[in-house]
Write a new protein. Structure first.
Lengths: 162, 162
């Protein structure tokens, strides 16, 4: 393993570590527990889980790994705030979507070379990317890794004492 | 900028972005606001801030950038739980420590080459590193980046509606 391969593999590992934490936290909750707010008047656990699925689904086109699988999640979990949609998918369906989206991402991530990671993501123009080469695929992976950690930190407050 | 330099620079940028978020959140709080719990019965904002300073201070030896600057923070913010130490540093002192520790880290991080990032961190043996080359400096930076995001997510619940 070359130094640059080790650096990239460390980033992919950090992503997976955070996904594992989220999976352990959310996938073990009952339907009733998923309705708990992370703090009084704030988002419910079910919203955070669905939100992570929707954000990860949107990573597929951003990383140029293909079209979104589940844009229908956005109304309940991304563009809309918690409780703006009354009917949410049951826990078993959220788990299936979570595994499907992260599984498809994983296949794509695993195949990227160091040069692939340094290529631009799909939401930046050639012109803007020339001015800022840090608007690359790796920046997407890292910002979404922080995003998982941010919401797992919140979810942990409701899920169990830590 | 080579692809491997862009990948490393993206990781350093992700670290700094999360530090900036934490700085905006914590450094703007009054002494009184710092005593707010992030959720009923959970850590206070002042504890999370001090905790991040202590954890970042401990990154200096982990990244082989020198000895710790402020091990005296551990009793209140790392080894001890919130409220285990009655007398905490005032907000202005926490801000000074936060800037000092992150500033020293920043000088070190900026000088690392791709090969430096792929070297082992100080808490792993040569033998264990040979078996797992992902126990490198980059893994420390990425795990501490997630750690900041995790606690900023919690702090955000108490600091203001988001």
């Amino acid at each position: 393993m070359t130094p640059e391969q080790a650096v990239v593999a460390s980033a992919v590992q950090a992503w997976r570590t955070n996904l594992d934490r989220a999976d352990k936290l959310f996938a073990g909750l009952t339907e009733q527990e998923l309705l708990t707010e992370v703090a009084p008047g704030r988002n419910r656990l079910v919203y955070l889980w669905g939100h992570l699925i929707a954000v990860h689904d949107a990573m597929l086109p951003l990383l140029r790994l293909g079209p979104r699988l589940h844009p229908e999640l956005d109304a309940a979990f991304l563009t809309g705030a918690d409780k703006s949609v009354a009917e949410l998918p049951p826990a078993a369906e959220l788990k299936r979507l979570w595994d499907e989206v992260n599984g498809k991402l994983s296949v794509g991530l695993t195949a990227f070379t160091v040069s692939d990671w340094a290529e631009k993501h799909s939401a930046v123009s050639d012109h803007d990317f020339a001015a800022n080469p840090l608007r690359n695929r790796m920046a997407i992976l890292l910002s979404r890794t922080s995003h998982v950690a941010y919401h797992v930190g919140q979810a942990q407050l409701a899920a169990k004492p830590s």
